[in-house]
Design a protein around this ligand. Structure first.
Ligand SMILES: Cc1cc2nc3c(=O)[nH]c(=O)nc-3n(C[C@H](O)[C@H](O)[C@H](O)COP(=O)(O)O)c2cc1C
Ligand code: SF4
Ligand code: SF4
Length: 432
C-alpha cells in the first residue's frame, strides 16, 4: 500500500482526504465518526464572532439536480455558518483534537471585516490546539449581505487586508478559502498570497437557483412561498473547480502557492485529478453528505492502488498535469485524429448518427440495416459522437501518424505547429 501521509503547509494527516467546512464537520459527534471512518482531517464548520448564534431558516435548505437514475449531480444550499454557540464549538474542537492527535484539525472562520473582530476570534481559538485556520471568504448567501463571506472574497483588497490581520495576530498556518463567484480567480488568489496566506482552498459554492416550482412560481428550496439563490456544489461543479485550481497552479504570480482542492470530489479518481492539477490535498463535502463518511475508504484504497500501479509517491502526483495545461493558442494544429466505431460494441441506437448529421459534420453513414460507419474524409474529430454514445469505449478517437494523408484535407500530418505561427493568424500576417 502506498504511503498516503500528507503534509500540507506543515499540517500533517494520515491521508490527503479532509472533510470541508460544512454540516459533516459541525460537531464533535460527526467529526469523531468521520475520523473513525478514516478521514485524514477536517475543516470545522465556520465559526462566527461571539454573540447571539446565527439563525437558519426552519424550512428546506437544500435544492438539487439529479441524473436520469436520480443520482445526485448538484446540491444547492441556503445554510449559514454554524448556528451553535461559539463556546460549545471551541470546547468540542479541543476535545476532539486532544483525542485524535494524528488528524488535521483546521478551524474555518468568518467574522466582520474589522481588525478587532479578527484579533478577538483568533485569540479565542488559540487554546483549542487546532492545526490551522481557514478564512471563509466564500459563503455566497446570508453572510454576504452582512459584509462577510463572498462580499469579502469578491474584493481582492479586502482579502489581502484580512489575511494580513490574521497573519499578524496568529501563528497558525492560514488557508484562504476562495469564492468561485468571480470572473477571474487569479485576482483573489494573488491577493491572498500578497496578504501572507500559507495556502488557498477552492472552491466554495456557486451562486445558483436549481429549480423553479411551476405551481407556486417560486425558486426552490421554497420558504413560505419565496426562494433565494443558494450555493451550488457536488459533482456538477467539479469541472469549474478544477479549472480554477489549474489556473492558480500554472500562473506565474501564484505558482507554488499551496492549494487545497474542493468541488465535487466523490471518488479517489476525482481526488487524484485535483492533485495532478496542483492540489496538495483535497476537501470533500457533498459526497460525504450523499453517501456517508465511509466513502473515504474507497478513496484511500483507490488512490493507494493507483500510486502503487504508477510507482509514484503522493507528492509525485501533485502538479503532475500542470505542465500539460496550456492556452488554446499553443495546441498542436497539426494533430489529426478520426473517430472509429467498434462494430462489435455498437448497439445500433443511432445517437452518433443524429448528433453528427444534425449538428456536426455529416461524417457518419447509416446503412439500411443500421450499420453506422465514420467517413474519414468528412470527420473533423470533434468528439461529439464519443460523448453522446451510450456505450463506453464504443467510439474512440484514433490519431493519424505523422506523414499520413488526411483524407478530409488532402494534406500530410505534419510536425507540431500552433496558432501563434499559423498563416491565417492576422498577427503573423502583419509581422510578415
Ligand atoms: C450545506 C452546506 C453548508 C456549507 N457550509 C459551509 C461553511 O460553513 N463554510 C464554508 O467554508 N463552506 C461551507 N460549505 C461549502 C463546502 O465546504 C464546499 O466548499 C462546497 O460544498 C464544495 O465542495 P463539494 O462539492 O464537495 O460539496 C457548505 C456546503 C454545504 C453543502
Ligand atoms: S468526431 Fe465529430 S465529425 Fe467525426 S464522426 Fe464524430 S461527430 Fe462526426
Ligand atoms: S451511438 Fe454508439 S452505440 Fe449508438 S449507433 Fe452510434 S456507435 Fe453505435
Amino acid at each position: 500500500m502506498a504511503n498516503l501521509s500528507a503534509d500540507f503547509i506543515g499540517i500533517k494527516s494520515p491521508n490527503p482526504f479532509w472533510l470541508a467546512s460544512a454540516p459533516p464537520t459541525d460537531k464533535k459527534y460527526n467529526v469523531e465518526r468521520a475520523f473513525e471512518a478514516g478521514w485524514g482531517g477536517v475543516v470545522w464548520k465556520t465559526l462566527g464572532s461571539e454573540g447571539p448564534p446565527v439563525v437558519n431558516v426552519n424550512g428546506p435548505r437544500y435544492g438539487a439536480i439529479w441524473g436520469a437514475d436520480r443520482r445526485l449531480l448538484g446540491l444547492n444550499n441556503i445554510e449559514l455558518i454554524t448556528d451553535r454557540p461559539l463556546e460549545v464549538n471551541l470546547q468540542e474542537i479541543k476535545e476532539v483534537k486532544r483525542k485524535w492527535r494524528d488528524r488535521a484539525m483546521v478551524i474555518s472562520l468568518m467574522v466582520p471585516c474589522d481588525e478587532d473582530s479578527w484579533k478577538d476570534i483568533l485569540h479565542r481559538i488559540e487554546d483549542t490546539e487546532a492545526d490551522g485556520v481557514e478564512l471563509n471568504f466564500g459563503c455566497p448567501h446570508g453572510m454576504a449581505e452582512r459584509g462577510m463571506g463572498s462580499a469579502v472574497g469578491q474584493v481582492p483588497e479586502y482579502i489581502e487586508m484580512v489575511t494580513r490581520w490574521v497573519k499578524k495576530h496568529s501563528r497558525m498556518p492560514c488557508i484562504v478559502k476562495l469564492t468561485p463567484n468571480i470572473t477571474n480567480i487569479l485576482g483573489p488568489a494573488e491577493a491572498a498570497k500578497r496578504g501572507g496566506a500559507d495556502a488557498v482552498s477552492l472552491i466554495n459554492t456557486i451562486n445558483s437557483i436549481t429549480s423553479v416550482n411551476l405551481d407556486s412560481f417560486s425558486p426552490e428550496p421554497m420558504i413560505d412561498g419565496k426562494g433565494t439563490h443558494g450555493g451550488y456544489c457536488g459533482p456538477a461543479v467539479k469541472p469549474i473547480a478544477m479549472n480554477m485550481v489549474a489556473e492558480i497552479a500554472r500562473s506565474a504570480e501564484t505558482r507554488g502557492l499551496p492549494i487545497s482542492g474542493i468541488g465535487g470530489i466523490t471518488t479517489w479518481r476525482d481526488a487524484a485529478e485535483f492533485m495532478a492539477l496542483g492540489a496538495g490535498n483535497v476537501q470533500v463535502c457533498t459526497a460525504a453528505m450523499t453517501y456517508g463518511f465511509k466513502i473515504v475508504q474507497e478513496m484511500i484504497s483507490g488512490l493507494s492502488q493507483y500510486l502503487d500501479e504508477k510507482q509514484l509517491g503522493l507528492n509525485d502526483l501533485v502538479g503532475r498535469a500542470v505542465p500539460n495545461v496550456t492556452d488554446w493558442q499553443y495546441l498542436n494544429l497539426n494533430y489529426v485524429a478520426k473517430a472509429h466505431i467498434d462494430q462489435d460494441a455498437c448497439i445500433k441506437c443511432g445517437r452518433c448518427y443524429a448528433a453528427c448529421e444534425d449538428t456536426s459534420h455529416q461524417a457518419i453513414s447509416m446503412s439500411a440495416n443500421r450499420v453506422f460507419e465514420v467517413m474519414d474524409d468528412e470527420c473533423v474529430a470533434c468528439n461529439l459522437c464519443v460523448n453522446v454514445c451510450p456505450v463506453d469505449n464504443c467510439i474512440t478517437m484514433v490519431p493519424m501518424a505523422k506523414g499520413e494523408v488526411d483524407p478530409r484535407t488532402g494534406t500530410k500530418v505534419g510536425d507540431y505547429a500552433n496558432w501563434t505561427t499559423h498563416p491565417n493568424n492576422p498577427s503573423v500576417r502583419a509581422a510578415e
